[in-house]
Design a protein around this ligand. Structure first.
Ligand code: KET
Length: 418
């Protein structure tokens, strides 16, 4: 062949077909870890992503997870075949039981469809796509503020995102009046995203009495609740108590969706294991729902991964492993609560200006400190402490050893950088 005849294509000479791309910003939460990883400082501290760390600052693989993995690996009858489109049957049944309660009438009446999805995010996305396709109202209301990814997940699923008032910066508490007004004026049938417990990023949850009023309002206006349950067990240390909000909406016989994640409560972050449940009015409808969910999932990722779901199912179905899990979970929740007290005490002993009682009062993995973006970037630059620019800190990333460093940084940020 005459090589002179092979002339470069016009695109090769003018550069890549992708040369026009605009650089996308890093993710507001996961991008914090990217920046953290680049910092060579020995005192650096990552309080960005909500991922549990031990007192030694290390990731934790739960003992029950190690045991379950051991069982799975040593069971010669197991294989690596594809799972069904809806995932592992045992996992789905046990996940529904975990969130709705073993005695849930909706389970007994076969009114719940549960499908295994790619952790909490994937469950929200599959639920969003299903609603965009099959539900008569495309508007979804998200609390303001909410987990940053919610807006993108639901917008890309084809829903139209609006917000309802949730947090009152002045009181660092719930804007309950605002919430009732906004949901009260939502178009009938609107979908409402609710954090089942441990609201992210504020750490502020409604009281049981407030949940009851929210439930009555949602039902009276025929709104459709969609629960995001990413922290069951992390709020109070008790799995049943943390499912109270969801269960009260099932108890009234109405319909709802719920997305579950095992990332935090079993420490299975990278296994991407979660579930979407849709509670319907009858077993017939539930089976129609399942048939359509399969059509959403099959072209998206075909069927979900096996390993994480096998771990979860192994733990949930064995009484001893389950009990051991609840103890380990309580241990994580208690360590977070003790970090709250230690940080609060450290700030008080430094005389840091401001009322820091919200650090103790917040529920779950995070504290919404009230620090502004300038103060946050000061702390990162001067103290190598990494957190999201909205001032949220992951209490689960702290330890007794690092509390003084964080308290020094907050003190300096408040007194010098404001
Ligand atoms: N819902 C909420 C409220 C949430 O905070 C997260 C994760 C998820 C769902 C999804 O988790 P998954 O790993 O898909 O099961 N939040 C932490 C991690 C992240 O942003 O991806 C975080 O806020 O740091």
């Amino acid at each position: 062949m005459d090589s002179q005849n092979i002339s470069p294509s016009p695109t090769a000479s003018s550069g890549s077909v992708f040369a026009h791309l605009v650089r996308a910003p890093e993710d507001p939460i996961l991008g914090v870890t990217v920046a953290f990883n680049k910092d060579p400082s020995p005192v650096k501290l990552n309080l960005g992503v909500g991922a549990y760390r031990t007192e030694e600052g290390k990731p934790l693989v739960l003992n029950v997870v190690r045991k379950a993995q051991h069982q799975i690996v040593n069971d010669p009858s197991r294989n690596k075949e594809y799972l069904p489109i809806v995932g592992l049957a045992d996992f789905n049944k046990l996940s529904a039981k975990l969130i709705f309660g073993a005695d849930s009438p909706a389970i007994q009446e076969n009114r719940i469809t549960t499908v295994q999805c790619l952790s909490g995010t994937g469950s929200l996305r599959v639920g969003g796509e299903f609603l965009a396709k099959h539900y008569h109202q495309r508007i979804i209301y998200l609390p303001k503020p909410t987990w940053g990814n919610h807006t993108k997940v639901f917008t890309l699923a084809g829903l139209s995102v609006k917000t309802y008032r949730y947090y009152a910066p002045a009181t660092r508490g719930l804007d309950f009046q605002g919430l009732l007004e906004d949901l009260g004026s939502a178009p009938s049938g609107s979908i409402v995203l609710l954090h089942a417990c441990a609201h992210n990023p504020t750490g502020v949850d409604p009281t049981p009495e407030q949940w009851e009023q929210i439930r009555q309002l949602i039902r009276s206006k025929a709104l459709l609740p969609f629960f995001d349950s990413a922290y069951q067990g992390f709020a109070s240390g008790n799995l049943d108590a943390d499912a109270h909000s969801v269960r009260s909406f099932v108890a009234d016989g109405g319909e709802l969706l719920a997305a579950q994640s095992y990332a935090k409560n079993m420490g299975l972050y990278g296994e991407r294991v979660g579930a979407l449940s849709i509670v319907s009015k009858s077993a017939d409808v539930a089976s129609l729902v399942e048939s359509q969910l399969k059509l959403v999932i099959r072209p998206m990722y075909s069927n979900p991964p096996l390993h994480g779901a096998s771990i979860v199912a192994t733990i949930l179905k064995d009484r001893d492993l389950y009990n051991e899990w609840t103890i380990e979970l309580k241990g994580m929740a208690d360590r977070i609560i003790s970090m709250r007290q230690q940080l609060f005490d450290a700030l008080r002993s430094r005389g840091t200006p401001g009322d820091w009682s919200h650090i103790i009062k917040s529920i779950g993995m995070f504290t919404f400190t009230g620090l502004n973006p300038e103060q946050v970037s000061f702390m990162t630059k001067e103290y190598h402490i990494y957190l999201t620019s909205d001032g949220r800190i992951s209490m689960a990333g702290l330890s007794s050893k690092t509390v003084p460093h964080l308290a020094d940084a907050i003190h300096a940020a408040v007194t010098r950088a404001s």
